[in-house]
Design a protein around this ligand. Sequence first.
Ligand code: PLP
Length: 456
Amino acid sequence: MNLLSDLPDLASLSAMDRAHLIHPVSPWRQHEQRGPTVLQSGSGAWLTDSQGHRLLDSFAGLWCVNVGYGQESVVQAAAEQMRQLPYATGYFHFSSEPAIRLAEKLVQITPASLTRVYLTLGGSEAVDAAVRFIVQYYNAIGKPAKKHFIALERGYHGSSSTGAGLTALPVFHRGFDLPLPTQHYIPSPNPYRHAAGADPQALIAASVASLRAKVAQLGADTVAAFFCEPIQGSGGVIVPPKGWLKAMRDAARELDILFVVDEVITGFGRTGPMFACEAEGVEPDLMTMAKGLTSGYVPMGATMVSEKIYAGIADGAPAGAAIGHGATYSAHPVGAAVALEVLRLYEEGGVLANGQRGAAHFATGLDALRSHPLVGDARHRGLLGALELVSNKTTKAGFDPALGLPDRIFNAGYQNGLIFRSFGDHILGFAPALIFSEDEYAQMFTRLKKTLDDVL
Ligand code: PLP
């Protein structure tokens, strides 16, 4: 059967979906009732579903399709690699050319502190590897008491068994017996809601003080690392003041704990520069990435570590003994070939520069909606943004969940031909592909305004 031209009708697809497919981060029983929205094709910034509905995707899939849909050169890169060598293990000293070239390229484009690359299947696995490497590092250098991890409230670091514990969103803990007793949180640097208020210096000072206090409470010799997203994505696009990342990095260094930056969303031009770290000259000890690495065309992520961590682990193991971390699909050559082409598009293809130019249209469009009766806060950096909806602009109160606002807004957006994301009951997230044209930004904000008006 040719899947593209000969799809079963929507009713039977929907029935099969409801009967058999478990959907990630979804209310399973509710989904069985509702059924899927089946996406069928994509081109540039646009998706078409199985009913022929055209949708402007202002969320780049799941903040990942940074180069847009239907990039033929990426398809070619995958096809050529599959034809030549579809699989190569990294075990037993084997390697493949795309994986080698990708590792070298990533070292070139990330902060100078990062010299070694472990290629994974996505962001959760990258976070999981980072945690495992940190534990192994401290054991290897004779500091086995350093086992505690500190992360941000409302942070998201994936849903692997360990990463979900660093994630501080209740839905990822409920019913899973998480987090681990070694995982701790400090308040997120949210200018709209933090007790210290929106003043940048006060907020940065409060965050640094929280980190210091948490380390003091746990005992400095027992804390391994601080994990953060430079801008918290799934927690509701929380944009800290400029200078926050640098201040936290400096504090971590002083406190003698590792500083891990999770750039799974913020990497690859999402916030302007190639990586958010770059904007503040921050050199982390470890960095995790995924999403924009392959622009979602195939699954791939990476964990990058400094030479100090690499050497600590490598030299701490008995001579010739394997470091026991890896998977069948680590450093997959097709993923690596796709990533290399996607990286070429960002740089030589002008995608990164187009995204930087688009940021002004994105900012203007979101800021203009501040005056809408439903909007309490509009925030953004680069092409990452959110609207926080409130029922009362003075008290900043949200909405009664019984009103079902997220579903109503999503449905109105769909009717208006616009895809975005809602977090909790009152935050709308936006992450357009870096290839959006000026006209597509105009269409996005016309459709978004109408969507908000429709649910008023
Ligand atoms: N870290 C961050 C900051 C993320 O936003 C995500 C996913 O959204 C992850 C990790 C997990 O990545 P993945 O969904 O590829 O496993």
